[in-house]
Every structure is written in C-alpha cells, then in structure tokens.
Design a binder for this molecule. Structure first.
Ligand SMILES: Nc1ncnc2c1ncn2[C@@H]1O[C@H](COP(=O)(O)OP(=O)(O)OP(=O)(O)O)[C@@H](O)[C@H]1O
Ligand SMILES: [Mg+2]
Length: 230
C-alpha cells in the first residue's frame, strides 16, 4: 500500500459537439517508490490525457487516483494544486519555461509558489543547474538557450522540490537524437540519485526501454509489455 501513485478504473471521455469520445477506458496502474515506468502508444491514443489526469492537471470522468495517500477525488482544486507543487514534477514536451524569467528563476518557480526562497534552496537550484551542465547559463533567459539547454532547465525545475514522482510527456520530443540521448542520460542519472519515481511518455521505443516497467496505451487500456515479451 505504499505506492507513490495508484490509479484504478480510470476513465476519461471528451464530449465534442454532442459526440462522446472515450479516450481512457478503465486504467489500473501503480508506481512504486523510485520506480521508472514508460508509456508508449500511437498519436492520439491518450498518453498526454492520461499523464494530465495522473498529475492532477485535468479531471477524470471516473475512477480513482491516489498520490502519496491523497485521493484526488476527495480534494478541491487548491488542495490538488498544493499536492502537485510539493509532491509532483512535470516536464512538458515543449519545456513551458517562463520567457521573462532567467534559467535560475525558472528552476526556483515551484519554491517561489510555495513560499520563501532560502539561501539553501537557492544553492540547491544552482547545484542542480550545475549538475545539468548549465552553471554558466543561470542568468540566461529561455530565448537565449538552446533547445537541449531549455529542456535541462525544465528537468531541474521538475526536481527542485525533490518530488516523489516526476511525469515527463515526450521530454525530448523536439530535440535531435544526440541531444535527446544526452538529456535523457542526465535525467535518468538524476532520477536514480534522487530516488524519485518517473513516468515517462514517449513514442520512441528506445527511450521506453530505459524504464524498468513498460506499458503501451491501446484502445484506452494500458497493456503491460513485460507480461507479453517476458
Ligand atoms: N480537450 C479535449 N477535447 C476534446 N478532445 C480531446 C481533448 N484533449 C484531447 N482530446 C482527444 O483525445 C485524444 C487523445 O489525445 P492525447 O493528447 O492524449 O493523445 P497522445 O497519445 O498524447 O498523442 P500524441 O502522441 O500525438 O501526443 C485525441 O484524439 C484528442 O483529439
Ligand atoms: Mg501527447
């Protein structure tokens, strides 16, 4: 019962012009502490939809999501927001950095939201940027960074609060192969050091293979690939 994330019978449908689109049709899924999980699936299969539900960024049509013992269905938006800020990290496909803030300020954003930035937290953010090879880029604005550098800033921001779980939606989707591999290697190293759980969504089987557990989203259901391939 000490899973970081547990979801049961998760359903999501969108009503588009009177037509009901069933995207997720009963997802059961658990993530243990420190576990790495990948989710692949064709375009439009609902990967981003699933990740948004799990991270509390959107509401399910039905089912249960429990993160660190907190049942999302029993919480209001403010409470979900607070849990998200303290327990979860989220990396979007297109980094979503705030353009008018420097790299360091972007990394510090989750801390700023929850309160006071102590010297220790500032140093921690600087250390993360240093760890990601960005010690000379802390005062750069996103527009002055390369794609790979921006994505590394987004990684630092996602882990700055030492969340118990990080969700990554195609985190290297807009990077070239070599940069993508480099960013992913650092990301997985960091994940291992911080012992955070990781749910990574990707259409790339090579990236998916880096995770200990692999699932495929198909027809609104999650298929455990390990149980197929042995
Ligand atoms: N807000 C919405 N309203 C209506 N339909 C939506 C909405 N969001 C997503 N959908 C539909 O749900 C389906 C799944 O979308 P989603 O973004 O989760 O796919 P995905 O697996 O992440 O695809 P990709 O690999 O292209 O990113 C799509 O067919 C999309 O049109
Ligand atoms: Mg998507």
């Amino acid at each position: 019962m000490n899973n970081v994330l547990s979801c049961q019978k998760l359903y999501k449908s969108f009503n588009q012009g009177g037509v009901e689109l069933n995207i997720l049709n009963g997802i059961d899924f658990q993530v243990a502490p420190g576990e790495t999980v990948s989710i692949t699936g064709s375009s439009g299969s609902g990967k981003s939809t699933l990740l948004h539900l799990l991270a509390g960024l959107d509401k399910a049509t039905g089912g249960e999501i429990i993160i660190n013992g907190n049942d999302f269905s029993k919480l209001n938006d403010n409470q979900i927001c607070a849990i998200r800020n303290q327990n979860l990290g989220f990396i979007y496909q297109f980094h979503h950095l705030l353009p008018e803030f420097t790299a360091l300020e972007n990394v510090l954003m989750p801390i700023m939201i929850s309160g006071y930035i102590s010297e220790a937290k500032r140093n921690h953010a600087l250390e993360l940027l240093n760890r990601l090879g960005l010690s000379k880029r802390t005062k750069h604005f996103p527009g002055q960074l390369s794609g790979g550098e921006r994505q590394r800033v987004a990684i630092a921001r996602a882990v700055v609060n030492s969340p118990s779980i990080v969700f990554a939606d195609e985190p290297t989707g807009n990077l070239d192969n070599q940069t993508s591999n480099h960013v992913l290697d650092i990301f997985f190293q960091l994940q291992e050091e911080l012992k955070t759980s990781l749910v990574i969504v990707t259409h790339d089987n090579e990236i998916a293979a880096k995770a200990a557990k692999r699932y495929r989203l198909h027809d609104g259901k999650l298929i455990n690939l390990a149980s197929i391939t042995g």
